[in-house]
Design a protein around this ligand. Structure first.
Ligand SMILES: Cc1cc2nc3c(=O)[nH]c(=O)nc-3n(C[C@H](O)[C@H](O)[C@H](O)COP(=O)(O)OP(=O)(O)OC[C@H]3O[C@@H](n4cnc5c(N)ncnc54)[C@H](O)[C@@H]3O)c2cc1C
Length: 403
């Protein structure tokens, strides 16, 4: 490490959704925060886009929900469908109103959420974002940590009370600490495709859909009101990646929704994993979001877990910075968040991926879809709708109160 020394109470590595929102929460509590982001500007490629009703209270507390609602699409139902037989269920979120004022999901590209978070952050004189600063090394000491970044003004070293590594699945923070990222990489390629095609008119799809099929399974969701949709499909990694765009029209036709003009806005082929670190805390360095744990995207467990990481982190970290809390509060945070990923997020995401893209047992799929749409017993229906709140480490964890 070289001599030039900047300092901050907290250095956050990565201005993705997890880093940007963590910075906002800490800046709101008066802490001196610096965010180091490798890219010169926000990355716009298609990634997560659904914010479930049960994360919205936390986003509201951060003050970003209203802007997200304005920029995004509000969705009050979703569909599950067995592609081969057409058996389907449209499932309203209406029942959620009994336990939450937020009985809707928001659809919005994650780059827009980052833009909103950074706009809010820019109002705080105690927060700073440095773009084009690639973190290359992190070292933790007894009472501080050192972060080396290759930035616009050359290589600089930051001294921080605490570091939050929110630098994504390929985290440099994780690697420089020598932490393992154990787990599996799926043998599929996912293709997140932003496309203009009338899924609703010709396919009778809802604004959010899981389409179950071992050949053409897909997750399809409306992104905005301009006719833009996200269609996430999968294929074997044995196929050449450079042929994705050529194969795309046949894959769209294979859904069987009908012949209509379409326009591909953008697409990202990617591999997905079920992986996690051994510990989300190493001395003065905390890992959050994809830097700590990665999952396949089916069901939206990736960003949802990251959002719960940061919502649960802000208060204890702020307490430690103020001197009101022992740093054991951060051990507790790290252990709880990792346990919830290991015991719930990762297995649930793996099961949903298997059902959407792999399962050949049509009667099983049909039974599952029928029961998902069965509203005859409202308590049971609400129990199903709240299953994912098991990922919250804060209260209310609705799944416990209704099941
Ligand atoms: C194609 C694709 C589709 C996806 N679809 C879904 C989905 O539908 N639903 C879902 O829930 N999840 C989805 N995910 C996962 C979701 O995008 C992640 O869970 C989410 O982005 C995690 O946010 P994060 O802030 O932890 O990390 P990221 O969003 O990865 O942000 C990390 C940030 O750190 C920066 N950075 C990286 N290295 C450094 C460095 N050395 N120094 C400084 N900065 C650095 C990066 O530039 C980036 O801005 C998808 C992911 C991909 C790739």
């Amino acid at each position: 490490m070289i001599d030039v020394m900047n300092s901050a109470e907290v250095v956050i590595v990565g201005a993705g959704p997890v880093g940007a929102l963590t910075a906002l929460g800490l800046a709101q509590r008066g802490h001196d925060v610096v965010v180091l982001e490798a890219e010169p500007a926000i990355t716009r490629s298609p990634r997560a886009m659904v914010y479930y009703w049960h994360v919205l209270d936390g986003l509201d507390r951060l003050g970003v929900l209203s802007d997200m609602e304005t920029a995004g699409l509000r969705n009050e139902s979703f569909q599950q469908r067995v592609l081969s037989t057409g058996v389907r269920a449209d499932i309203p979120l209406t029942l959620v109103a009994a336990i939450s004022p937020y009985a809707f999901n928001i659809h919005l590209g994650q780059h827009e959420v980052v833009a909103i978070a950074l706009r809010h952050l820019s109002r705080f004189p105690n927060a700073r974002v440095v773009n084009g600063a690639t973190v290359t090394a992190v070292r933790t000491e007894d009472d501080h940590a050192l972060v080396e970044a290759d930035g616009p003004d050359g290589v600089e070293t930051w001294r921080a009370g605490w570091v939050v590594g929110a630098d994504g699945a390929r985290s440099a923070v994780r690697r420089t600490l020598g932490l393992s990222f154990d787990g599996v990489t799926w043998p599929d390629r996912f293709v997140a495709t932003n496309i203009r095609y009338p899924f609703d008119e010709i396919g009778a799809l809802a604004k959010a859909n899981m389409v179950f099929d071992p050949a053409n399974g897909a997750v399809i969701a409306q992104i905005d009101s301009t006719g833009l949709w996200r269609w996430t499909w999968s294929e074997s990694v044995e196929l050449p990646e450079e042929g994705v765009l050529e194969r795309l029209p046949d894959r769209l036709a294979a859904l069987g929704f009908g012949d209509a003009p379409f326009e591909v806005d953008s697409f990202t082929p990617y591999r997905m994993h079920q992986r996690m670190v051994d510990s989300m805390r190493t001395g003065r360095v905390l890992l959050a979001g994809d830097a700590a744990h990665a999952t396949n995207p089916t069901g939206g467990f990736g960003l949802t877990s990251g959002i719960y990481d940061l919502l649960a982190l802000i208060e204890p970290l702020s307490g430690v910075l103020r001197g009101d809390a022992q740093d054991t509060a951060l051990d507790e945070w790290a252990q709880t968040r990792l346990r919830l990923f290991r015991e719930f997020a990762s297995p649930m995401a793996s099961r949903i991926k298997e059902l959407v893209y792999d399962t050949r047992d049509v009667p099983l799929l049909e039974g599952m879809v029928r029961s998902a749409g069965d509203m005859a017993d409202p308590a049971a229906a609400l129990g199903r709708l709240t299953g994912m709140t098991v990922l919250r480490s804060e209260l209310p964890r609705h799944h416990a109160s209704v099941s």
